[in-house]
Design a protein around this ligand. Structure first.
Ligand code: GLU
Length: 427
């Protein structure tokens, strides 16, 4: 018998604090959305949760076992859609919360999808590329009965990328016997990926900030911005803000941040980060810890790292005029209340980071039609989709005197509820 080491047992409950946060938001939105009780019951729990234990051969020849999950919250509007993350914090509850948020996000953007999310509990930085490839292939193979271009379509999320999606697409296609590009989005362009998908989430964050500026009467070129997170979302949002003439005064990654009150040269900072493996020591900047970065005086604070960053403990100390959520769930419900009392609007995740899944939808449409669009067309269509959703959220929030998050959730929930009522519940 081979040596099998269990990393940790998969947790079977989704009743974790993050799921409670998502559910409390749903309950609060339902006070305003007023949908039938049977619909409420259907939407409070995920439709399907897949819990796996993945055996993976490590480079030293041993086999380790990794807990993995895929939660499909609602398939009312179409196939479920959402990312796959590799992170030590991945749990069933985290995936369930993120899957529920994907449902509201897709519905708000009027994409023909429900929400899903999945992941593997692992430390991706401690794994070799070969180990990540084998883990990805085994995950795809075990998930195969539960995913498909008409069923559930994974995409990148934290610590997964184009390469991960290429391995998923290849593993799924190998079992089918033909190439199935529509099984995942966020793929390399060479295997059916879409131009502008890589940039879409970060660029979308800035499109939403631009719409907010137009409503608030602010000039984007006069904004001083702080960006938490310098990965695929924060790194690109910082670049877009810089290119559009805003001043990015501080950014951070998971190890810490850099601050220059005169503005950071973001393209040079990207080169520096690649060359040095971190932001630390960037010429002309001073080091700033992640906690301090959130409290720097600025106009716009972009939260593009991970969930649970602004909480009851620090919401009172934020010194920004607007929060933009590039990550999913970065602001706790208690923090939301404090920010609302302080008059600091929050551009909510389900709207602000929806550029990623929207261009994923464009990718899937292109894969199905085998007809590919150019960058300008995708950028224009993305801006149109985000503007339309933004305007609906802004107007609902003004009319009902509610936060932008509450309005975004109400708008998304009403779309799902209308479809659920039309289809009927099949008990
Ligand atoms: N992981 C991204 C999100 O949270 C993208 C999901 C997708 O493209 O399906 O929205």
């Amino acid at each position: 018998m081979e040596d099998v080491a269990q990393t940790s047992a998969p947790a079977l409950e989704w009743e974790t604090p993050l799921f409670q946060q998502a559910r409390t938001q749903l309950d609060q939105a339902l006070v305003q959305a007023r949908v039938p009780q049977a619909v409420v019951e259907r939407l409070r729990n995920p439709e399907r949760s897949v819990v796996l234990s993945l055996p993976v051969r490590m480079d030293d020849g041993t086999i380790r076992s990794f807990p993995a999950y895929r939660v499909q919250h609602s398939s009312v509007l179409g196939p479920t859609k959402g990312g796959i993350r590799y992170d030590p914090e991945v749990s069933l509850g985290e995936c369930a919360a993120l899957a529920m948020w994907m449902t509201w996000k897709c519905a708000l953007l009027r994409l023909p999808y429900g929400g899903a999310k999945g992941g593997v509990r692992c430390d991706p930085r401690a794994l070799s590329p070969g180990e990540v490839a084998r883990l990805t292939r085994r995950f795809t193979s075990d998930l195969a009965p539960f995913i498909g271009p008409e069923l559930d379509i994974p995409a990148p999320d934290m610590a997964t990328n184009e390469q991960t999606m290429a391995w998923m697409m290849d593993t799924y296609s190998a079992a089918k016997g033909y190439a199935v590009p529509g099984i995942v989005t966020g793929k390399p362009i060479s295997v059916g990926g879409s131009v502008f998908r890589h940039e879409a989430t970060g660029a979308g964050v800035v499109m939403v900030i631009e719409r907010a500026c137009a409503r608030l009467g602010w000039d984007l070129t006069k904004l001083r911005c702080v960006v938490q997170g310098f990965g695929n979302v924060g790194g690109i949002a910082a670049t877009e803000l810089h290119e559009k003439g805003a001043t990015v005064i501080a950014v951070s990654d998971m190890y810490g941040g850099v601050h220059d009150p005169n503005g950071l040269d973001i393209p040079t900072l990207h080169e520096y980060a690649v060359a040095h493996g971190s932001l630390e020591g960037f010429p002309g900047s001073t080091a700033v810890a992640n906690a301090e970065l959130l409290e720097l005086p600025c106009d716009v604070l972009v939260l593009a790292a991970r969930e649970d960053q602004v909480t009851e403990a620090n919401a009172g100390s934020l010194a920004c005029k607007l929060v933009a959520e590039g990550a999913n769930g970065p602001t706790s419900n208690a923090a939301d209340r404090i920010l609302a009392e302080r008059g600091i609007p929050v551009l909510p995740d389900v709207l602000t980071n929806a550029g990623g899944v929207t261009v994923s939808y464009f990718e899937w449409v292109q894969d199905r039609s085998r007809l590919f669009w150019d960058r300008d067309m995708i950028r224009t269509r993305l801006a149109d989709k985000l503007s339309d959703a933004f305007d609906r959220v802004w107007e609902l929030s003004s009319r009902e005197v509610s936060t932008l998050r509450q309005a975004a959730l109400v708008a998304g929930i009403l779309e799902v509820s209308a479809a659920l009522e039309a289809r009927g519940i099949y008990p």
